[in-house]
Design a protein around this ligand. Structure first.
Ligand code: XMP
Length: 506
């Protein structure tokens, strides 16, 4: 594997994605928590950072821990750090060095730059530049404004590059990553979803033995794939629980329950609608609603888990971005979100936790799901928030409002499928507004509810743009909603991006 040392760059996870696309496993570790160098670690990549090596308190690392033991590649800040620590000079840049540049390869024999074409486009994003390199460094590539765009240390497999090979704007970044990871580090490209499934199932079998595992499923991709892995390992000893909180989409509970049964899972559906509606009654504050839902869920889950004799483990669908230890320095990566799935384990349950997906990124989870034969219907689903329709009904929740919103949502998402737009959208749903407006139907004046449709494009939900859906589609959907859903006489489309708006309205 490759070890990526994170100095807080917004691109660190992208480096990991690029390495994994080469079918090579890698892990991200914070710069100040370098793990023991085991023989399976074949190389180290130092990430970028929002800091400057010139600052006294900027993140530093002792290079001797890995230099000359395995090949090293410093990217941006990582390269500047090596130059700085080994006796070179790093100064603030004279020119703006943000954006595209042309790479002139100076050393055609360098294995790092093998196969990279002349003047290929690279992406720069830095405020400092290396103005003098130590004696044992040699420059292997430059750009018009950056002389030290890439360097190598003499008689060592240690390299630094000022540009970012991990972003797609560096058009031959993939080739460079392949050169480093495969040719220089000698990693074999055998980390595939097939090998992941095989290894995970066998290690789960070993770890869990004859123990029983309980798991809450949501119909989402992560919990489903995690459950299927555990199921392959221990079969009926996995007890799955799927709770109907009364806040799911129309027919979702029955449909998902059936697909789980078809997949051979030992699944129990629990109808807890009334319990949830009871606790939610009269609550209007979004956070109060979230808390009530969280509490109800724990009550129900705990009650169900206690019915399983001698259960030892709690299975969870936690994925890698939720567990990557964040580097707390200034910059975008510093404010890592607190995730909804982490820390969901109530103390009193005292179960050991098993998380078979905690080394995978979301698209890798989907690939594993495909390898396991899980249907596209489940794998391609949009994300859906844990509190479900409760945070899409502004104000208090009643069974009647849920029923209205379920109808509207079914027409909207059904329409996206019918028009083959579903997969182009990252997430979509409808909001029931606490507003009534005047309308006219036939000869009658109406005074009914307003719904807002929301569809966004996004990569990870952290930022999002409103989806530019065709007017013809919106016209059809609006018409269907107003004609078919009693109590709604007006449909609006949300054209706010995130930030400053959020995806959900609460
Ligand atoms: P926002 O509204 O913050 O949403 O832009 C970003 C993503 O998170 C989902 N979301 C939640 N998921 N519990 C969840 O499990 C929650 O309380 C929650 N709030 C928002 C939202 O659907 C979107 O995918």
């Amino acid at each position: 594997q490759i070890l990526i040392l994170d100095f807080g760059s917004q691109y660190t996870q992208l480096i990991a994605r690029r390495v994994r696309e080469l079918n090579v496993y890698c892990e991200i570790h914070p710069y100040n928590n370098f793990p023991e160098l085991t023989p399976n670690i074949k190389g180290v990549i130092l990430s970028g950072s929002p800091c400057s090596v010139r600052d006294a308190d900027s993140p530093k690392v002792d290079l001797d821990q890995f230099r000359n033991v395995v090949p090293v590649l410093g990217v941006c800040y990582g390269a500047q750090l090596m130059a700085h620590l080994l006796g070179g000079d790093v100064k603030p840049s004279q020119h703006r060095e943000y954006g595209r540049a042309r790479l002139e390869v100076g050393d055609r024999d360098s294995s790092l730059l093998a196969g990279i074409s002349e003047s290929s486009q690279v992406w720069m994003s830095h405020g400092d530049t290396i103005v003098r390199i130590p004696d044992n460094f040699s420059i292997i590539a430059s750009t018009e404004s950056v002389q030290v765009a890439a360097f190598k240390l003499e008689d060592e497999l240690t390299y630094g590059i000022q540009f970012h090979p991990e972003v797609t704007h560096t058009t031959e970044g993939k080739q460079l990553m392949h050169n480093f990871v495969v040719d220089i580090c000698g990693c074999s490209q055998d980390w595939t979803s097939e090998s992941f499934v095989e290894e995970t199932v066998s290690s789960l079998r070993q770890k869990l033995g004859n123990d029983k595992v309980v798991m809450a499923l949501s119909g989402g991709v992560d919990s489903t794939v995690a459950a299927m892995l555990v199921h392959q390992a221990i079969g009926k000893n996995l007890y799955c629980i799927f709770v109907d909180n009364g806040l799911l989409r129309k027919n979702e509970f029955e449909e998902v329950l059936h697909s789980y049964e078809d997949m051979g899972l030992n699944i129990k559906g629990v109808d807890a609608k009334d319990h949830f509606y009871g606790l939610l009654a009269g609550l209007t504050d979004p956070e109060a609603k979230r808390k009530a839902i969280g509490k109800s869920f724990i009550d129900i889950f705990d009650q169900e888990a206690h019915l399983i004799e001698d259960v030892k483990w709690l299975g969870q669908g936690t994925i890698y971005p939720d567990v990557i230890e964040s580097v707390s320095i200034k910059g975008p990566s510093a404010t890592i979100k607190s995730h909804h799935n982490v820390g969901g384990l109530p103390d009193f349950m005292k179960l050991k936790v098993v998380e078979p997906l905690n080394t995978l990124f979301k698209d890798e989870v989907r690939a594993v799901g495909r390898t396991m034969g899980i249907s596209e219907k489940i794998l391609g689903r949009h994300p859906f928030p844990g509190p479900g329709l409760a945070i899409r009904i502004l104000g208090d929740i009643t069974a009647e409002k849920v029923a209205i919103l379920q109808e509207v949502d079914a027409i909207f998402t059904g329409g996206l499928r019918k028009w083959d737009l579903y997969k182009d959208v990252w997430q979509a749903g409808a909001m029931l507004l606490p507003v009534q407006s005047v309308g006219v139907m036939g000869d009658e004046r109406t005074y009914e509810r307003v719904v807002a449709l929301r569809a966004v494009t996004s990569v990870d939900g952290m930022t999002a743009d409103w989806a530019h859906l065709p007017y013809e589609f919106l016209a059809e959907v609006s018409n269907d909603i107003i004609n078919r859903v009693k109590g709604v006489n007006r449909v609006v489309y949300d054209i706010s991006s995130k930030p400053p708006a959020t995806i959900e309205w609460e």
